[in-house]
Design a protein around this ligand. Structure first.
Ligand code: OAD
Length: 232
C-alpha cells in the first residue's frame, strides 16, 4: 500500500527555537529593519552593501544555529509517510534535520545567483557576499532570495503539491505574505489540516483547521507521534 502524503507549510516560527528571529513578532526582524531598505530589488540596486550586509549577517548566524526538536520530528514523519515540506524559510534547518524533500519558496540563504540570469545559482563559499563577486557571465552575484515585489517561481509547484496532500500541516507562519499564505486554498476539501503556532494566526478561512497553540519545538513532536501511531 502506498504511503499517505503529508504536506507541511513552514514559516519563521519553525526556526525560532533554534535562535533565528521571526519577522513580525515583537522584536522581530521587520521591527529592526525596513523591508524597503533590505528586501527589495530597488534596495539592492540603491545600496548593495547594506542589503549584502543584512543577508551576510543572517548567513553567518546560520553557521551558529542547529535544527530544533520540531525540525527533527518532521524528518521522523518520513518513516511512515510521503512527506513534502514547503518552507518560506531561507535557512537550511529542515535539510540538516534530515528531511529529504524541501521546497524553498523564498530562496535559500546559502545560495547566491547571477543578477542577469536567474538560472545561474551557486552555493556560496563561507558566509560573505560582496560587491564585485561575479557569476560566470561576469555580472554581480546577488542573494538567492525572493524579494518583495518579485515573482515567486516555486508557487505553481507548491500549489500542485498542496493539492495532493492527504494531511496538511501549517507551522510557525503568520500567514501574512501572499502567495504563500494562499497555498492552503489548494488543499482538497475534507483534508485534515493542523496549524501549530503559539500566537494568534488568522485561520477562520481554513475550513476545519485544528489549531494547536504550542511552539514548533513542543507541538510538532507530539503531533508527529500521533500521526506515526495512526499511519497505515
Ligand atoms: P512571521 O514573522 O510573519 O510569523 C512568524 C510566526 O511564527 C507567527 O505566527 C508567530 O506567532 C510564530 N511563532 C513565533 N515563535 C514560534 C515558535 N517557537 N514556534 C512556532 N511558531 C512560532 O514569519 P513568516 O510567516 O514566515 O519573506 O513570514 C513570511 C515571510 O515574510 C518570510 O518568508 C519573509 C518575511 O518577510 C521574505 O523575506 C521574502
Amino acid at each position: 500500500m502506498s504511503k499517505d502524503k503529508i504536506v507541511v507549510l513552514t514559516g519563521a516560527g519553525m526556526s525560532a527555537e533554534s535562535g533565528i528571529s521571526t519577522f513580525r513578532d515583537s522584536g522581530g526582524l521587520w521591527e529592526k529593519y525596513d523591508i524597503m531598505d533590505v528586501a527589495t530589488l530597488e534596495a539592492w540596486e540603491r545600496n548593495m552593501d547594506m542589503v549584502n550586509e543584512f543577508y551576510n549577517q543572517r548567513r553567518k548566524q546560520l553557521h551558529e544555529v542547529e535544527p530544533n526538536e520540531g525540525h527533527y520530528a518532521l524528518a521522523r514523519l518520513e518513516e511512515k509517510y510521503d512527506v513534502c515540506i514547503i518552507t518560506q524559510n531561507v535557512d537550511d534547518l529542515h535539510e540538516r534535520a534530515g528531511s529529504s524533500r524541501v521546497l524553498h519558496l523564498h530562496g535559500e540563504l546559502k545560495k547566491v545567483r547571477s543578477s542577469v540570469d536567474e538560472n545561474l545559482v551557486y552555493e556560496l563559499d563561507g558566509w560573505e557576499l560582496k560587491k564585485g563577486d561575479t557569476c560566470e557571465k561576469g555580472s554581480q552575484l546577488r542573494p538567492h532570495i525572493v524579494w518583495f515585489g518579485e515573482p515567486v517561481p516555486m508557487i505553481p509547484k507548491a500549489a500542485e503539491i498542496s493539492s495532493t496532500a492527504d494531511i496538511y500541516l501549517i507551522i510557525g507562519t503568520s500567514l501574512n505574505v501572499y502567495p504563500a499564505a494562499g497555498l492552503v486554498n489548494y488543499v482538497s476539501p475534507g483534508t485534515p489540516i493542523y496549524l501549530i503556532d503559539p500566537g494568534e494566526v488568522p485561520a477562520t478561512h481554513i475550513p476545519g483547521v485544528k489549531i494547536i497553540k504550542e511552539t514548533a519545538g513542543k507541538g510538532t513532536p507530539k503531533l508527529v507521534d500521533e500521526l506515526l501511531e495512526k499511519a497505515k
